[in-house]
Write a protein that binds this ligand. Structure first.
Ligand code: COA
Length: 250
């Protein structure tokens, strides 16, 4: 429980580079994309629990139906959101996964000195995109879309795109998005061939210093199904709250 508005705003802010963002009043939002099909890019969420759940769900369903996409929701798993979670369950939505929202509790400074951290500028934006698509096993046909998105994001002062390089080989990525006292780490990925040598740990150590220098808290969100929560815990991240990912199988 607690006010997680700024956590949620950070997430919506970062993914609004990737998907279209529509507000439902001031406390609800809808992300949708015709290019990326996962719930991450196609879900509705709420910033505070003071919306009428039934009205909100109906509004969101009508919206997604209007754009021809399936509705999904990400809703905090807490008593404050009990009614909204219940409404979704009773309308036939199923919990497809959960998202852990985590925050770094203390200092993090574990680096592999063979890993150089570069801040991607326009010239490196395409390389960042290539590593991202490969590390996340995305459909290669999405590379053009990712490049377009990243070329827009790279110029924003709130955004920092990190590239981990070993020797001359770019092998890991992380995106940082700062807003209202929080720096969110997104797209943490390492190429399969270079995993378990500390690339992600080195990038997140950089992220921790960066967040601290801006006097912000470093946060991230991770799907339970990806099975990396334990990795983040070992680095000092603590679970702040959980969100249910509700989807409807038609
Ligand atoms: C999760 C992921 C980013 C980790 O990247 P990585 O560069 O392999 O991470 P690191 O090498 O820093 O650490 C990973 C593990 O290697 C271990 N490790 C780090 N350096 C090591 C070394 N020199 N020798 C042996 N093991 C090492 C770490 O302790 C950690 O162990 P754990 O898995 O038991 O916790 C990577 O597996 C990945 O890209 N997965 C797919 C995308 C994804 O799911 N991203 C998360 C989105 S939230």
């Amino acid at each position: 429980m607690g006010d997680h508005r700024d956590f949620e705003l950070n997430e919506a802010g970062w993914w609004s580079y990737w998907a279209q963002l529509e507000w439902v009043g001031t406390e609800g939002y809808i992300l949708y994309s015709n290019e990326f099909h996962e719930p991450l890019f196609n879900h509705a969420g709420v910033l505070l629990p003071n919306l009428d759940p039934k009205v909100f769900v109906l509004h969101v369903e009508e919206f997604y139906s209007g754009v021809g996409l399936p509705a999904s929701f990400m809703v905090e798993d807490s008593v404050d959101y009990h009614e909204l979670n219940q409404t979704l369950s009773s309308k036939g939505y199923e919990k497809a996964d959960t998202l852990s929202v985590m925050m770094l509790d203390g200092p993090l400074n574990r680096v592999n000195s063979d890993v150089r951290v570069l801040v991607a500028d326009r010239a490196l934006a395409d390389v960042w995109s290539e590593v991202y698509v490969s590390a996340f096993d995305e459909d290669p046909s999405l590379l053009g879309s990712v490049k377009r998105i990243v070329s827009t994001a790279v110029g924003n002062p709130n955004v920092r795109l990190l590239l981990g390089v070993i020797g001359d080989t770019p092998c890991g990525v992380t995106a940082l998005f700062t807003h209202n006292g929080y720096t969110g780490a997104y797209c943490v990925g390492t190429l399969r061939g270079q995993r378990r040598v500390g690339v992600a740990t080195t990038l997140l150590s950089y992220a921790a210093r960066y967040a601290e220098n801006l006097n912000t808290k470093l946060i991230l969100q991770t799907f339970t199904a990806d099975n990396v929560e334990g990795f983040y815990k070992k680095l000092g991240f603590r679970k702040t709250y959980t969100k249910n990912v509700w989807v409807k199988h038609l």
